[in-house]
Write a protein that binds this ligand. Structure first.
Ligand SMILES: NC(=O)c1ccc[n+]([C@@H]2O[C@H](COP(=O)([O-])OP(=O)(O)OC[C@H]3O[C@@H](n4cnc5c(N)ncnc54)[C@H](OP(=O)(O)O)[C@@H]3O)[C@@H](O)[C@H]2O)c1
Length: 239
């Protein structure tokens, strides 16, 4: 099986690093000087050269995809085209592309990650990727995933960095702060999904203890985080 990745930039290369474990790749980009030697990956520099692929993943910038919708449709014919492009809706794709689908993910997909899909059967065309799937019920939900799945790692990295800085300030070495941070962020997600917020806090915090002191201070940053994610989500409508 051959998979074309149209737009081998940041997201495209992350998808390629995951997919190359299981399928042959035709990677389409524009600049020849950015060629990389990767086993099982053939780089080409024109969308027209990707015609022999069985499935097409699109990771172009929105304005670039819009100006190449017809070319992608001509090359893919009736084969599935899964767009990871923010804000370009199925209705727009259908004008030139016969069999369009939409996905959203983030750069973590290079290792393993989650792909949000709309419509849900999109996942059937992405089984060659080592990934879990979120099945979106509407296209609006998929659009919102651009912020909550695509952009959020950058925002959360800022919180993670604040964690590391704080640990350094308190005399913990950089490497140990990193290890502690990875464990704390992973544990928080695990405990929240298993026990919910209240039980997680009840199990960790002792009255008058260290956790309670921290919780008192953290109330201020919650609104900022909520607003940041909503602002990122609203931006999708303008693309
Ligand atoms: N970056 C993320 O974290 C992320 C997360 C979720 C979704 N997305 C979505 O993924 C899409 C791409 O974002 P990105 O950050 O990966 O952008 P990017 O790094 O700029 O990658 C875009 C790629 O498109 C290629 N390209 C441009 N014009 C082309 C053409 N005419 N023919 C073939 N290839 C062409 C570029 O090639 P050259 O490099 O050779 O110029 C580049 O490799 C966007 O729609 C974005 O919404 C990104």
């Amino acid at each position: 099986m051959k998979v074309a990745v149209i737009g081998a930039g940041n997201l495209g290369m992350a998808l390629i690093r995951n997919a190359m474990k299981n399928v042959e790749i035709i990677a389409v980009r524009r600049r020849r000087e950015e060629f990389q030697e990767l086993e099982g990956v053939e780089f080409v520099y024109d969308i027209q050269e990707a015609g022999e692929a069985n499935v097409f993943l699109v990771a172009l910038k929105p304005h670039v995809f819009r100006s190449h919708l017809e070319t992608v449709g001509d090359v893919a014919k009736s084969k599935p085209v899964i767009s990871f492009v923010a804000g370009v809706r199925l209705e727009e794709m259908l004008k030139h592309i016969e069999n369009p689908f939409r996905g959203m993910t983030n750069l973590g997909i290079e290792k393993r990650g989650v792909i949000a899909c709309y419509p849900p059967e999109t996942a059937e065309h992405l089984r060659f990727l080592e990934s879990d799937f979120i099945y979106c019920e509407t296209e609006d939900e998929l659009d919102a995933m651009t912020s909550y799945l695509g952009s959020s790692p950058a925002l959360i990295a800022k919180l993670f960095h604040a964690f590391v800085i704080s640990a350094l300030h308190q005399g913990i070495s950089y490497d140990n702060a990193l290890k502690a941070g990875i464990s704390a962020f992973q544990s928080a997600a695990y405990l929240y999904s298993k026990y919910g917020l209240e039980d997680t806090i009840r199990k960790i915090a002792t009255p008058g203890g260290t956790t309670a002191e921290g919780l008192r201070e953290i109330a201020g940053i919650e609104k900022g985080f909520i607003d940041a994610l909503i602002a990122a989500s609203r931006r999708v409508d303008e693309l």
